[in-house]
Write a protein that binds this ligand. Sequence first.
Ligand code: NAD
Ligand code: DAU
Length: 331
Amino acid sequence: MKLLVTGGAGFIGSNFVHYILRERPDWHVTVFDLLTYAGNQKNLEGLDTRRFTFIKGDVCDEAAIDSAVANCDAAVHFAAETHVDNSVHNPRPFIDANILGTYQVLEAVRKYNKRLHHISTDEVYGDLEPQDPKFTEDSSYNPSSPYSATKAGSDHLVSAWSRSFGVQATVSNCSNNYGPYQHVEKFVPRNITNVLSGIKPKLYGEGQNIRDWIHAEDHSSGVLAILEKGKIGDTYLIGANGEKTNKDVIELILELMGKPKDSYEYVNDRPGHDLRYAIDSSKLRSELGWQPRFTGFREGLAATIDWYKQNEAWWTPQKEATEAKYKELGR
Ligand code: NAD
Ligand code: DAU
């Protein structure tokens, strides 16, 4: 198997590449990544170069993605602009990477008749009230932010290319990931590295928003199951029953880092802030036999905190600029 992984230098993409090279010893992986502010080749250091190739390129570049797809057997498309706050501040890069980029990937897999797995998010379904049932594959699309609207658009492109042109595609919509290699702009690493930098952790609004946490390695195992056993044309939701309020998560980070549980501060809320996400992953579990390995959030978070403690050289170059950007937003 020659697998192409777009966005493989980012958080989940790089976790996926490490996972695949470990779990499938006879596969070759090519990462195709633009190395935006969110991509980092250090995430891929130490991989066996006989089984791993890196191409720096833009998924919006027709010729570049065409030739990368021509040389693979299957592609997993992670590449995207991913941070909701950035999308509210400046939506344009999201239109380009997420919509135009997915279009170019689809045109290339259509041309060469290659298998595609498209990575998407639970945010395409909008948000839930606390008592609502969880999202399923039948939930209606109702995105709230420029980020989720562009991801919704990309999902619709995949289903249209599948139906109109017979592209061999599957889609997965996953909930909030945590784990190593996540950029310090995101909630969990931002606040772990705030504590490590002597900055007070920041909680948006009243901290009552709920996210459904899954370890990035469990996301990877879900994607592999779909790639190998998923039904072409189908969508699968990936989630690990990890619902928590943001307040609970920030208090747990502080507790695990030996700080008083209330030593954080409330900051301005995100405009249009989604209240709750929750995934029903029964289809993936019953049809493909998938189950998550990291079921203890406390243990998974403690290991993630350790990773950030041991990898200061990885995150410090990004920290100052990220906090300066947040300061401009009042968050
Ligand atoms: P990330 O921001 O950490 O990484 C994105 C990667 O894509 C980076 O390496 C970046 O350089 C690359 N990239 C961006 N634009 C590109 C372009 N035009 N051409 C080529 N490469 C480009 O993102 P992530 O959190 O790892 O998310 C990866 C995928 O998973 C995204 O599609 C995202 O929507 C989806 N997802 C993320 C989460 C989450 O919790 N982070 C949950 C569900 C789904
Ligand atoms: O649900 C999947 C999505 O999860 C992915 O599709 C996105 O790419 C990913 O970024 C993530 O989106 P969120 O907006 O949920 O993640 P974020 O880490 O930005 O924020 C998580 C929650 O924490 C959200 O309710 C906002 C809040 N927050 C965030 C930051 C950065 C805070 O309270 N304080 C913070 O400092």
